[in-house]
Design a protein around this ligand. Structure first.
Ligand code: ZN
Ligand code: ZN
Ligand code: ZN
Ligand code: ZN
Length: 208
């Protein structure tokens, strides 16, 4: 699968009602109706990868959803109501806008590693604060923080290497991830998450 570099361009918001299950994958019922997109970037300091909270548009005039989107159960009176927001991404050339899916990747720059003098959430002391996040193929919709630390890192106390070594500016070049550089002995540069296992080689997520 070919990767695609995307950047934050705004916020997409839904009216959401959720209530106790059992229901499907989430375990609770989830009803959503789209409010709309706002091409204004809110604060990125909310802690959740890619998610932040703003009010978008006139949600008082919009229709609340009537049924669970997973099982069709009718929304009860006491369901919890909220305006649910996610970061809206787009390709730099403006040809696509939406919520990232498998193969999409972006720079997460809100972990604050640079502001802490390079001290990273993953234990590095030389992080520039720009983590490359790749959404993986497979059922789990897992995100891969390429600049993170592998769970099987063989140098857990080292603060300078990278378990995955990435090459190429994602905004301009095909990204390639391998073990060529300052690294540990974990794996061969592949990522295993959910039911996906593969490599990011020359801009392609490969199966293996
Ligand atoms: Zn349901
Ligand atoms: Zn970092
Ligand atoms: Zn390592
Ligand atoms: Zn494999």
């Amino acid at each position: 699968m070919r990767t695609r570099f995307v950047v934050p361009v705004g916020t997409r918001a839904w009216l959401r009602i959720f209530w106790d299950g059992p229901c499907g994958r989430l375990g609770y019922h989830n009803a959503m109706s789209l409010l709309g997109d706002d091409l204004v970037l809110a604060s990125k300091k909310w802690g959740q990868v890619g998610d932040h909270l703003v009010l978008v548009g006139d949600h008082h005039a919009a229709a609340w959803p009537a049924a669970c989107e997973d099982c069709g159960a009718v929304v009860p009176q006491d369901g919890r109501r909220q305006v649910f927001c996610r970061t809206l991404y787009g390709t730099p050339d403006g040809s696509w806008r939406g919520i990232p899916g498998p193969g999409d990747m972006y720079i997460a720059d809100w972990y604050g590693c640079e502001e802490r003098g390079g001290h990273c959430i993953h234990g590095w002391t030389n992080c520039d604060g720009r983590h490359l996040i790749v959404q993986l193929p497979g059922d789990a919709h897992h995100w891969w923080d390429v600049d993170g630390r592998a769970s099987n890192c063989t140098l857990p106390n080292d603060t300078l290497h990278r378990c995955w070594v990435r090459h190429g500016d994602p905004a301009a070049e095909r990204v390639h991830v391998d073990k060529k550089g300052r690294t540990c002995a974990a794996g061969a540069g592949s990522i295993a998450s959910g039911n996906y296992h593969g490599f990011l080689h020359n801009g392609e997520l490969t199966g293996c």
